[in-house]
Design a protein around this ligand. Structure first.
Ligand code: SAM
Length: 220
């Protein structure tokens, strides 16, 4: 069995009882960053049994190894740095291979920054699209924003780096200045903040002092 285990996105208390049970029970933990996962394991007194790194660089090799183990009956858990594996994080490849091999894939749901941001955005959340990280190239960013401009009735969710947020908003302001937007920053952490307004208003706020930390952008 392959367990896809969600872990906290900031506040270490945001873990489910089932996630703790699963991490205790499995034979192998594949972790995007073993050091971060070890902190979590220590917090919940989960024995540090076999734990291996799993990232974009070694996912082919680690997947073959994990699949061969699971075929002998072993239980494997995949965790990412934070939140739900596979959501703008490594995970898709091993899930696809496990499905191909007839291995049971079991979700252990929990924190996900995109869902936390949408649920507190105050923007319509019955129909939303998640687009992961916005493209770094301005031409591609403009293409996406023009599509958003032409599509009505949906909420869009993006991940963005604090280094690019002001530039991204300055491009957004040219294409969809009046749309309502929410920047959900440092969710579940000490400096959690929601910056709300039209794109132009939010741009005015953040261009004076660029927000730090992790950010989700929610656009109506
Ligand atoms: N798998 C994760 C999830 O389920 O949310 C997402 C991982 S992705 C590599 C990291 C991005 O998620 C960050 O750059 C940021 O946009 C968003 N993110 C993660 N944690 C966050 C937090 N506590 N507050 C706001 N955004 C967060």
């Amino acid at each position: 069995m392959l367990y896809i285990v969600s872990t906290p996105i900031g506040n270490l208390r945001d873990i489910t009882l089932r996630a703790i049970d699963t991490l205790k029970e499995v034979d192998l933990i594949l972790a995007e960053d073993t050091r971060r996962t070890i902190i979590l394991l220590k917090e919940y007194s989960i024995p540090q049994k076999k734990i291996l790194s799993y990232n974009d660089f070694n996912c082919h090799q680690r997947t073959s190894y994990a699949v061969s183990l699971m075929k002998t009956g072993a239980k494997v858990a995949l965790v990412s740095d934070a939140g739900t594996p596979g959501i703008s994080d490594p995970g898709f490849f091993i899930v696809r291979e496990a499905v191909k091999e007839g291995i049971q894939v079991i979700p252990i749901p929990g924190a996900c920054a995109a869902v936390a941001a949408v649920s507190c955005s105050g923007l319509p959340s019955d129909r939303f699209g998640f687009f992961g990280f916005l493209p770094k190239k301005e031409k591609k960013l403009v293409e996406i924003l023009v599509n958003i401009k032409n599509m009505q009735g949906f909420t869009y969710v993006f991940y963005e780096s604090p280094h690019r947020i002001v530039k991204t908003l300055s491009v957004m302001k040219e294409i969809i200045p009046e749309r309502n937007i929410v920047l959900a920053r440092e969710l579940t952490k000490k400096f959690e903040e929601f910056i709300r307004g039209t794109v132009s208003e939010v741009y005015e706020k953040v261009s004076k002092s660029a927000p730090r930390g992790e950010i989700v952008i929610v656009v109506n």
